[in-house]
Design a protein around this ligand. Structure first.
Ligand code: AMP
Length: 284
């Protein structure tokens, strides 16, 4: 496995490796790798001849009051995980390598980029799209792997690829949960045992909605009302059924239920892609 830190080295390494019609899979991450990240990397390995992972805590997607400086950075163990998964190239740039002073940035769409996560974290998606586009232009992947865990991010990256005519296939991967059903997140390490227990009400609420849908209940407002009752002990930032343009919807079939709760001042994202339940034939 090659670990490269400069753009120049990355481009020349990939040029050397990517001969003929070899396919290249790319998984961008901020590190502190867990089984959620691993599932993306494994899929990339399965689908492609060459797999590249980036590990970069991107400062432009953090708001001034957010946890940039204390974001976990266990780089040695991250590299071990990448090695064990058979990653070919890890890109590990510094902030200076990725950003010039006063550089050009991508603007997230004014609606999709400024509702839900974008409303609570204004400018966050400008930062996400800017760094992802920079990486795409360096790596030129055939396939790029993103988690459905970050539903709004995935929808916006798909939109960027379409709007900017990029020849990249975006692969959305299922949300992976820990044994107790908490969605894996690099920020889970901040939770106390008590907080973690409290946080589990969110996955329980989502599972209960999934069961109800499988039992034929399709009334979105009823599903939402029932679920919110079980979230009384935590701060709910949002809990909505949305369509793929992030408009709140009452049409269940193609919706995504996106949710964020805050426990011990940690924001915890979770969601349910209703279309997956329907299309997997799990639902009547
Ligand atoms: P991050 O390091 O948090 O920026 O995440 C890197 C990628 O891993 C993103 O595409 C995330 O959506 C994805 N990811 C994070 N957590 C999970 C999870 N629990 N299941 C699936 N994918 C995830």
């Amino acid at each position: 496995m090659l670990v490269v830190k400069s753009k120049h080295e990355l481009v020349s390494t990939l040029k050397r490796l990517k001969t003929g019609s070899k396919t290249l899979g790319f998984t961008p991450t901020m590190g502190a790798l867990h089984l959620g990240h691993e599932s993306l990397i494994r899929q990339s390995k399965k689908d492609n001849d060459i797999s590249v992972v980036s590990i970069f805590v991107n400062p432009t997607q953090f708001l001034p009051h957010e946890d940039l400086s204390k974001y976990p950075r266990p780089i040695e163990s991250d590299l071990k995980i990448c090695e064990s998964l058979g990653v070919d190239v890890v890109f590990l740039p510094s902030v200076e390598e990725m950003y010039e002073k006063d550089s050009i940035k991508v603007s997230a769409p004014k609606f999709m980029g400024y509702v839900f996560e974008g409303f609570l974290r204004p400018g966050h998606f400008d930062g996400v799209l800017s760094i992802v586009l920079k990486f795409f232009n360096l790596v030129l992947p055939t396939n790029a792997y993103f988690g459905k865990k970050d539903a709004q991010q995935l929808l916006m990256i798909e939109k960027m690829v379409k709007d900017l005519n990029l020849s990249i296939n975006v692969v959305g991967m299922p949300l992976i949960r820990d044994k107790d059903n908490l969605a894996f997140s690099s920020r889970n390490v901040y939770l106390s045992n008590e907080g973690r227990k409290k946080a589990l009400c969110l996955s329980s609420a989502l599972f209960s909605i999934e069961d109800k849908i499988k039992n034929g209940i399709k009334d979105v407002s009823l599903l939402k009302k029932e679920a919110l009752k079980s979230l009384w002990d935590v701060e709910v930032e949002y809990f909505e059924f949305v369509d793929r343009e992030l408009h709140i919807t009452t049409k269940l079939e193609d919706s995504i239920l996106i949710a964020v709760i805050r426990v011990e001042n940690i924001r915890l994202l979770d969601n349910l892609w209703i279309s997956d339940i329907v299309h997997e034939g799990k639902c009547i």
